[in-house]
Design a protein around this ligand. Structure first.
Ligand code: ASP
Length: 322
């Protein structure tokens, strides 16, 4: 897609028409439209997950194979990053080896900002710290539309540890663009301070359940809690977890989304995971098509400046020859 960014770090890197085009293309791929790429050369995509993952990594791997591409899993643990090499030099090495795109997951927020002006390689953010997880938000958008129809005027309520969730930060940037009223619900320490248009906050779960069209649950993002903000989560299910009796109490039937991994018995009960309200498997299925669409768009973005500054090796830094 012409003009598509070479570094997809956050939802803000995309325009609304680009997001609309991704939705259209992901749906076409789901309906078995043929992959468009690569036409003139083999596609090589590397994944480099510096933090744990099941869904994201395997859905990217599946997307790459379905596009007819080659997937190389770059094991950061066994790489020269462990010998003190900078991430930029490592990415440049992958670029020279002919990798088209590198998908990176890291526990460091904003790690990819440094590459925006001079990309050493095309990069898709597979989740950076608590900052952003744009591909998750995009596949969620695809699934919300599939389940809820038009999103204009609908309220979607994210319940749980919104403050530490990169998915929430991406959804905050994305959903209001589609007319969604996004409600963030949880104990106060789990709600971000920031105010954004189209986004409300509440710690009143009863109100939230009665005034929403869908629920989006989050696990407690324990790995991002400071020692100082360790809280006792033993009563979490009773206070904030969603189960059948809470839905019955409010007489509501709501579709339940979750980016995974779900902690059953904490934010969600087993009976709901086993019910027809549980939409997480639709999210997982759509993730492959949305990620195929994103890879296609990035490979075909016509950007020939990636790695370019490194290609110019003609510069004589010792000055003119005498
Ligand atoms: N899988 C999502 C992420 O990587 C959600 C989570 O881990 O809770 O952010």
């Amino acid at each position: 897609m012409n003009g598509f960014p070479s570094i997809l770090e956050s939802i803000q890197d995309l325009t609304k028409p680009q997001i609309d085009a991704l939705l259209e293309r992901a749906n076409a791929l789901k309906n078995r439209a043929p992959a468009r790429l690569p036409l003139d050369k083999s596609l090589y995509v590397a994944t480099s997950f510096l933090e744990h993952s099941t869904r994201t990594k395997f859905s990217f791997a599946s997307a790459i194979k379905r596009l007819g591409g080659n997937h190389i899993d770059f094991q950061a643990e066994n790489s020269s990053l462990k010998k003190g090499e900078s991430l930029e030099q490592t990415l440049l090495t992958l670029y020279y080896q002919g990798i088209d795109i590198c998908i990176i997951r890291t526990n460091e927020s904003h790690l990819l900002d440094q590459f925006k002006d001079n990309p050493p390689i095309k990069i898709i953010n597979g989740g950076d710290g608590s900052n952003q997880h744009p591909t998750q938000a995009l596949l969620d958008l695809m699934t919300f539309i599939e389940v809820l129809g038009s999103l204009k005027g609908k309220r979607i309520t994210i319940i749980g540890d919104c403050e530490h969730s990169r998915v929430t930060h991406s959804l905050i940037e994305l959903l209001p663009q589609y007319g969604v009223e996004l409600c963030l619900c949880g104990p106060e320490s789990f709600l971000p301070d920031t105010q954004a248009e189209g986004v409300t906050h509440t710690s009143d779960l009863d109100w939230a359940l009665e005034n929403t069209d869908a629920i989006y649950l989050l696990r407690i993002q324990l790995e991002r809690h400071d020692q100082s903000d360790q809280r006792d989560n033993s009563g979490y299910h009773e206070s904030w977890g969603i189960n059948l009796s809470k839905l019955k109490k409010h007489n509501v039937t709501l579709p339940i989304f979750h980016p995974g991994p779900a902690n059953i018995g904490v934010e969600i009960s087993q009976e709901l995971v086993d019910s027809n309200l549980w939409m997480a498997h639709h999210q997982v299925r759509n993730s492959v098509y949305m990620r195929m669409a994103i890879i296609e768009a990035m490979v075909g973005n016509g950007d020939n400046k990636v790695g370019a500054q490194y290609r110019d090796l003609s510069k004589n830094i010792l000055g003119e020859d005498k």
